[in-house]
Design a protein around this ligand. Structure first.
Ligand code: FAD
Length: 494
């Protein structure tokens, strides 16, 4: 069947949540993703923060959807059974000259409708966070900010969508629109043509290229803004809140926070790059991280780093529509004016993750207005349950699980204590995890101190056994990234 009511291009957090929202209605929905897994673009490489919403310019779509999205996170995380901690955040000013920035953010936050914002004195912030730079002159506290598991939310949303009837096609790249009498009626992909009444463009840094193919907003450009990070050894240092510097023209700045998985993360940098795939880690970036991190907390040492990564913000040139503040890039979430049948989610840089549930709701509202006819299904199930994680279970429950399935007693990743049972469960999940990175994003295997040194070969072995593929065919992520290139030492590789 190649005919759908709605096709969504791109299975990042935006496309996956749009798919989940639409799965509650009696319509047919196709979600396509050019990569081999959902959530492997920018949604897998960000700070994982659910921002409070004091940073976006009042009157912007970013401000509106950030604050609305923030309010939706408790319900979303509970329904999808993903980790989300409303730990609050602090913007810390250093020295007297940075202090006025806190007042500006406070005022902005109030205008955006952010609840509970509080100015904190120099003495009080240093009492709350003793390792802070002694020159800290004050802070803005936002209790509604939080940290989520960015990997899990995209996977869980896509999984819940699939369980509610959405068709997901991975390794399927959009290549062009099918246009008939001034209306989009479908798309060309590397796996054939698909027809639909509406197409939702949720392609992250490529959203401008996609809309240009339909002649939409030719002036709109996305220039990726790279953010590099360092992940610290979980045994080195942890913090139970989020620390920001005062923002600069480069953005929100280098933050310090501990993920829901227990690693402290330092970053991101902020560099415009020409290439939409340029996720390089650079010496300049690392120096920038060190200097900015030490400005907030001089005692943290980047030699505690066990891994680095970079993500690309989809920074666009669509401006905030408020004429008083018409200078900062805004989100685009709208029905295209130039052609029928297309809804664009573009320029979704930070706070796109925070805003994602609100963006999905907005897309549904836009579709409602088109008169597509959205009638709720009687049997829509918003719940998705995570699979067993023995490490987090009480002893008695873990024992019972191992008695039922001994694979939950076999540790594959020693650092993160991930078991064979967890890996096998993900390989056979509603969206099967069929690469090493897909398993890693779901189970956290290979993310500890040894960075896959012990578990990688065993995961390859398990993947081959469970899928019936040869170990030579098991990839790290995309096609062409197989770990093994030839048999050695007369090993038998089938
Ligand atoms: C350094 C950094 C830090 C950030 N920190 C935060 C934060 O703390 N809080 C916050 O709220 N936001 C943050 N963000 C922003 C947030 O990560 C993004 O807004 C969000 O992930 C965007 O999701 P998306 O689905 O639009 O894009 P993506 O996750 O990139 O998904 C787009 C998908 O479309 C697919 N695709 C592209 N082209 C095609 C095609 N031709 N055919 C089929 N599929 C295609 C891609 O493969 C990709 O999977 C940060 C971003 C960065 C880079």
């Amino acid at each position: 069947m190649n005919n759908f009511d709605v096709i969504i291009i791109g299975a990042g957090v935006i496309g996956s949540l749009v798919a989940r929202e639409l799965s509650r209605y009696q319509i047919s929905v196709l979600l396509i993703e050019r990569n081999s897994d959902v959530g492997s673009g920018t949604s897998a490489a960000n700070s994982a923060l659910v921002h409070a919403g004091y940073d976006p310019i009042p009157g912007s779509l970013k401000a509106e959807l950030n604050v609305r999205g923030n309010r939706m996170w408790d319900k979303l995380a509970a329904e999808l059974d993903v980790d989300f901690k409303r730990c609050g955040d602090y913007v810390v000013s250093i020295g007297a000259e940075e202090l006025p920035a806190l007042d500006i953010l406070l005022e902005q936050g109030k205008r955006n409708g952010v609840p509970g914002l509080q100015l904190i004195s120099s003495d009080e912030i240093k009492r709350r966070i003793p390792l802070l730079n002694p020159d800290a002159s004050g802070a803005l506290f936002a209790p509604s900010a939080g940290v989520c598991d960015t990997f899990a939310v995209t996977i869980a949303a896509a999984e819940n969508a699939v369980e509610n009837g959405v068709k997901l096609l991975l390794n399927t790249a959009f290549e062009g629109f099918i246009i008939d009498s001034g209306r989009i009626t479908g798309i060309h992909t590397n796996r054939g043509d698909f027809h639909a009444r509406w197409v939702v463009n949720a392609t992250g840094v490529y959203a401008d290229d996609v809309m240009h193919q339909a002649g939409v907003r030719p002036e709109f450009r996305i220039v990726p803004r790279r953010g590099e990070y360092c992940i610290l050894d979980p045994d080195s240092f942890k913090i139970d809140t989020v620390l920001f510097p005062v923002p600069s023209e480069k953005g929100k700045g280098v933050l310090i926070f501990t993920t829901t998985h227990g690693n402290t993360v330092i970053g991101p940098t902020s560099e415009f790059v020409a290439d939409k795939e340029d996720k390089a880690i650079t010496p300049v970036g690392q120096e920038y991280l060190t200097a900015n991190m030490n400005k907030l907390m001089p005692s943290i040492d980047l030699r505690w780093t066990i891994a680095t990564f970079a993500g690309l913000r989809a920074s666009g040139n669509a401006v905030c529509k408020n004429p008083m503040t018409d200078y900062r890039a805004d989100f685009i979430v709208e029905k295209a004016d130039e052609i029928e049948g297309l809804i664009n989610c573009a320029g979704i840089e930070s706070p796109g993750l925070s805003a994602s549930p609100a963006i999905a709701a907005r897309v549904v509202e836009i579709l409602q207005e088109t008169g597509i006819g959205l009638n709720e299904k009687a049997d829509w199930n918003p719940q998705r349950k995570r699979r067993p994680v023995p490490k987090h279970m009480p002893d008695a429950d873990r024992q019972r699980l191992i008695e039922r399935d001994p694979r939950y007693g076999r540790i594959i990743c020693r650092c993160e204590e991930v078991t064979e049972g967890e890996i096998v469960a993900e390989i056979h999940a509603p969206i099967p995890a069929l690469t090493y990175d897909a398993i890693k994003r779901r189970t956290w295997t290979g993310t500890g101190r040894c960075q896959g040194g012990f578990d990688m070969t065993r995961v390859v072995e398990i993947l081959a056994r469970e899928t019936g593929l040869s170990p030579m065919e098991i990839c790290k992520n995309e096609p062409g990234s197989a770990f093994l290139s030839r048999a050695s030492k007369k090993a038998e590789v089938s």
